[in-house]
Design a protein around this ligand. Sequence first.
Ligand SMILES: C[S@@+](CC[C@H](N)C(=O)[O-])C[C@H]1O[C@@H](n2cnc3c(N)ncnc32)[C@H](O)[C@@H]1O
Length: 206
Amino acid sequence: MNRIEAIYSLINEKDKVVDVGCDQAKLSLMLARRNQRSIASDISEKVINKAASNIESPLIDLRVSNGLDKIKDGEADTLVLSGMGTHTIIKILENTKLRFNKIITISNNYHNILRSKMNDLNYKVSKEQIIKENNKYYNLIVFENGNMNYSESEIELGLNHLDEKMYKEYLDFLLNKYNNIKKSSKDKNNKIDILINLINEKRNQL
Ligand SMILES: C[S@@+](CC[C@H](N)C(=O)[O-])C[C@H]1O[C@@H](n2cnc3c(N)ncnc32)[C@H](O)[C@@H]1O
């Protein structure tokens, strides 16, 4: 399963979807194939024009929009933010009054900050999934309304992972990465030691 297929599998047929940062609107094309309407938006006019020239489906509403600026209240209850950094994702959500029942993110970085800042915005983690595409790991997170008291391990490594086998593989990858950083650095780095301990603890629980 690739990233877009993983997002697609988490969307119900009744969900009113907006995919922000849609690029070539691959998710909307998959949804349209099962007769589901969606909004696909991107900040780049060039990107939207290119998508429009390849897409004929009346079920796909393409829009040029910075974040959620061009989305009106009631148009969507499910938000997809994939292929962007955590700071962009948070900025988009801080700049809107819209609320969503479900937000599916695949951030490129800082998943710990994403979980924590989303909690401040009153969105808590419902489930997570690690996806491997072209030999790279991606951390998909589904958020729902509410907030939570996360443990340090949950903030750093996530919770409620759907694919346990892939999650274990990802933890092994992280452990290897942090051990290599530790070996190559002369200075003591407490954060790396904490992460290594958290990963080992988690690995033993699975
Ligand atoms: C790497 S692509 C990801 C495409 C697709 N969502 C995916 O996951 O494969 C990131 C897209 O986000 C768009 N983007 C970046 N910042 C944005 C913003 N503030 N609002 C809307 N789109 C944005 C970019 O123009 C680009 O098309």
